[in-house]
Design a protein around this ligand. Structure first.
Ligand SMILES: [Zn+2]
Length: 454
């Protein structure tokens, strides 16, 4: 099986020219145009059904191509057609005029996520051609949302509203990178997220530090003490019950992470841009960033911060705090634990307000025994060559909604690379990887359709 490269590039190139930046209101019309373009591309690929699904924000696209055999597995493909904003002057070539150089294709969305969605269009064609030209070996459903880069705000509502039409046996997400060009890998989990803002209030207004200092509590001190108490001496998060629901990593999971090729020195220098690796005692860096929960201060401010000095006791102090979560932690419970933690430590004479940033994101992990994961490992290994390693992502996405609302396993089959510069200037994708990706997905549909996956 092989994909006709000119056809592939013609489709992807046309789509990359549509600046579907979901975060910018002036691009709302482009996000819609991108959805309409995708509907037509799905029809061209052969999908008998492709339609726009409206949300309270930007539209999503749904498509369906039933297998001939009504007992064939039903697979839902998830991706997104919106892209990150661009910093025009940092790009070497215009971000919405795709440029090919060797194997690299430059353009916003080339890797994240339009390139990977186009791989799915061609994978469907390949699988249909290999199975007699009429229908795919599995029933394919496709859901491509338009708000992933701005928080998937209406995604859960969309899923709930269309639950019956989205019914499936598994979800395939193609929006993650592989470990390296010679290292095929599949991501098997993402962390969840809970975040909040805390305001600590003292006097009604800033007061003179000479007239009152030493005699009344200082909100900045109180907040600094709260922040300092969030971790114990072993780097563990000190919120009450924080680890109660955390499923410990088993020996097999730890061994799999320890086997991954990971150069910590290089990662510190090039990716983390940090001088030292620190974190929870007893865990490796990959375990800390992928598979253990965290608490981080994202912003911290109080009092006078302008030039010169202004000797006050500030009336208030503020911080933005976020928690990355792992199975089976719940965002709402973590915020409740943070409220209790603060209430237990707040000094006399202070008032505090804690506002959760939203419902948060639940963590999402692919069950190790999922037959679809096993089939994906076979297909990726067959096409990319070599052993397929299992990785995780420290970040958070809408995948947990897919797993929970549709009640099916989510399997991440992505073909990008970590140096594709997604979300940054000069985003690119390697065309050969997208073509191989289409082949691997085609193999996966054939594998699943043959019943080999049970
Ligand atoms: Zn993405």
């Amino acid at each position: 099986m092989a994909v006709a490269e000119p056809d592939f590039l013609a489709e992807l190139g046309a789509w990359l020219r549509i600046p579907s930046v979901s975060a910018r209101p002036e691009h709302a019309v482009d996000v819609r145009r991108s959805a309409e373009w995708l509907c037509e591309a799905l029809w061209r690929a052969g999908f008998p059904v492709a339609e726009l699904w409206e949300t309270a924000g930007h539209p999503a696209v749904f498509a369906e191509w039933p297998a001939t055999d009504p007992a064939a597995p039903v697979i839902l493909v998830y991706g997104h057609h919106d892209v990150q904003p661009v910093e025009q002057d940092e790009w070497d070539t215009p971000p919405f005029e795709p440029v090919r150089r060797g194997d690299e294709l430059f353009g916003r969305g080339a890797a994240d996520d339009k390139g990977q969605v186009v791989s799915h269009l061609f994978a469907a064609r390949l699988a249909v051609a290999a199975c007699g030209g009429q229908a795919p070996p599995v029933t394919l459903k496709v859901l491509v949302e338009g708000e992933e880069e701005s928080g998937s705000r209406h995604f859960a509502t969309l899923l709930r509203g269309h639950r019956e039409r989205l019914a499936c046996d598994a979800v395939i997400v193609s929006d993650t990178p592989m470990l390296g060009p010679q290292t095929p890998s599949i991501c098997i989990g993402m962390r969840g997220l809970a975040d909040c803002e805390i305001d600590v209030f003292g006097p009604d207004r800033d007061i003179h530090s000479g007239s009152f200092g030493g005699g009344v509590p200082n909100p900045a001190h109180a907040l600094a003490e709260l922040v300092a108490a969030m971790h114990d001496g072993l780097g563990r998060v000190a919120l009450p019950g924080f680890y109660d629901r955390v499923r410990p990593l088993d020996g097999r999971e730890r061994a799999a992470l320890a086997r991954l090729p990971f150069d910590e020195t290089r990662w510190l220098r090039e990716s983390a841009q940090s001088g030292a690796a620190v974190g929870e005692a007893g865990f490796s860096t990959l375990e800390r960033i992928w598979a253990r929960p965290t608490a981080e201060v994202n912003g911290l401010w109080s009092g006078y911060t302008g030039p010169g000095n202004k000797t006050v006791i500030p009336r208030s102090a503020h911080a933005k705090i976020s928690f990355r979560l792992v199975p089976n932690q719940q965002p709402g419970e973590v915020i409740t634990a943070f409220r209790e933690f603060v209430a237990d430590r707040l000094p006399a004479g202070m008032r505090v307000v804690i506002r959760a940033g939203g419902p948060g994101v639940r963590p999402c992990v692919t069950p190790a025994d999922s037959p679809v994961l096993q089939a994906a490992i076979r297909a990726v290994g067959a096409v990319f060559g070599g052993e397929v390693l299992l990785t995780r992502e420290g970040g958070s996405g809408p995948e947990a909604d897919l797993a929970e609302i549709l009640a099916v396993p989510v399997v991440f089959v992505g073909f990008g690379l970590s140096d594709d510069r997604i979300h940054a200037a000069n985003e690119r994708v390697l065309v050969s990887r997208l073509l191989k990706g289409a082949e691997a997905l085609g193999e996966l549909w054939i594998d699943l359709g043959s019943g080999a996956a049970g």
